[in-house]
Design a protein around this ligand. Structure first.
Ligand SMILES: NC(=O)c1ccc[n+]([C@@H]2O[C@H](COP(=O)([O-])OP(=O)(O)OC[C@H]3O[C@@H](n4cnc5c(N)ncnc54)[C@H](O)[C@@H]3O)[C@@H](O)[C@H]2O)c1
Ligand SMILES: [Zn+2]
Length: 356
């Protein structure tokens, strides 16, 4: 068991990482609880981790990007009213990033915000999205256009949930882990390099260590820049190209894996600009390749599609392209002057590296 306290201007909150397999316990009989649970997680874990939740008021949701909508939010408000929600009711949310985003939005708006607990069940949610307080909905085809900052009061992590994840979802979370450990600097990066093979073998101790280490890293960034106007933006390393690749693959490539490809491309730009030395670059490639589940298809790296994606990047200001660059000594920089030629170069080089 390990706890981590997060300082927030909205409210401080605590993350607990539970080491042993424990069943999730409901609170005392007089506290009002309503659960919002990922249906797949319920099917897989109703007889073990979620055994004690069986008689509770539960609202089920099927996780998919499509449910991050105002329509789902309205349905949830209705369901909560049916369960006679009151200001003092606690909402307990159990699922991955999708369930978190939509339920967090509901928790932050009903009665102008009520107490909620989050139990993340995917790797991405356990190592990354569970802290930081963001909720997001998609609107009119724009991903994460609507949202609020409203952290849960309590986050409980049970690594045991990860044993039932699809391999694609496991590797998606891994992409964010790698990103966090690069952005955090040399020491964290070395730690991950030494841990990654055990982590990929699901060694319990290693999984626990890596979850803790990832959250410690993210904690540092969100406490320094809670509302994402300064250094927290560096957590978007790999995401400029990454979002473009998600789009060019029509979302076939999972988010975290697109981020890995995004980091490979960003590093190629750094290398070409002579801000990243060849030796560090090579070292990074080895780690990034070991965390790539499968190669993208050649057509998913088409220059036109990728440039279109980069043009839509929220971080872009000005007429050229934006990119978060890694430099020597693990320093980060947001540049606004990437040329299309540099994108061409990076995509060509990556195709060679991947033997496409
Ligand atoms: N709010 C934030 O700060 C933040 C940060 C990053 C990402 N996100 C959002 O998170 C979403 C992605 O979340 P995700 O990667 O957690 O995916 P997800 O919530 O879509 O879950 C992926 C799949 O795994 C299933 N699943 C969940 N837990 C499982 C378990 N323990 N065993 C087996 N299957 C399980 C789900 O039913 C789903 O099919 C995106 O919409 C992204 O925008 C939010
Ligand atoms: Zn991400």
């Amino acid at each position: 068991l390990k706890t981590l306290s997060i300082r927030s201007k909205l409210k401080n909150y605590v993350v607990t990482i539970h080491k042993d397999t424990e069943t999730i316990s409901t609170q005392g009989p007089d506290s009002r609880l309503i659960y919002i649970v990922d249906s797949r997680v319920w099917k897989l874990h109703r007889n073990d981790l979620l055994k004690n939740v069986r008689n509770a008021n539960i609202i089920f949701l099927d996780a998919s990007e499509g449910i991050k909508s105002l329509a789902t939010v309205q349905e949830l408000y209705k369901d909560l009213l049916i369960y006679e929600i009151q200001r003092a009711t606690q909402i307990v949310v159990i699922g991955g990033g999708v369930i978190q985003d939509v339920s967090g939005f509901v928790a932050s708006t009903i009665y102008r915000g009520i107490d909620w607990t989050f139990i993340p069940t995917t790797l991405l949610a356990q190592v990354d999205s569970c802290i930081g307080g963001k909720s997001s909905l998609n609107f009119m085809g724009y991903k994460n256009l609507l949202g609020t900052f409203f952290p849960p009061s309590k986050i409980d992590i049970y690594p045991e949930f990860l044993t039932t994840l699809h391999i694609e979802d496991f590797y998606s979370g891994l992409g964010e882990i790698v990103k966090l450990h690069i952005v955090a600097g040399k020491e964290k990066y070395s730690f991950l390099k030494s841990e990654v093979s055990n982590f990929l073998l699901h060694h319990e101790h290693s999984v626990f260590q890596v979850i803790c280490s990832s959250l410690e890293t993210k904690k540092k960034f969100i406490e320094e820049d809670e509302f994402d106007v300064g250094n927290r933006r560096f957590l978007n390393y790999g995401h400029c190209f990454g979002h473009a690749i998600e789009a060019s693959s029509e979302f076939r490539i999972p988010h975290g894996q697109a981020v890995i490809i995004g980091m490979l491309l960003a590093n190629l730009v750094s290398l070409k600009r002579n801000v990243l030395s060849r030796s560090v670059y090579d070292d990074l490639i080895a780690l990034l390749f070991s965390c790539l589940l499968s190669k993208p298809k050649k057509e998913e790296l088409a220059t036109k599609l990728i440039i279109n994606g980069l043009i839509n990047d929220k971080k872009r200001s000005g007429s050229k392209l934006a990119l978060i660059l890694l430099k020597d000594n693990f320093e980060m920089e947001l540049i606004q002057d990437m040329e299309e030629m540099e994108v061409h170069f990076a995509l060509k080089e990556l195709q060679k590296l991947l033997d496409l």
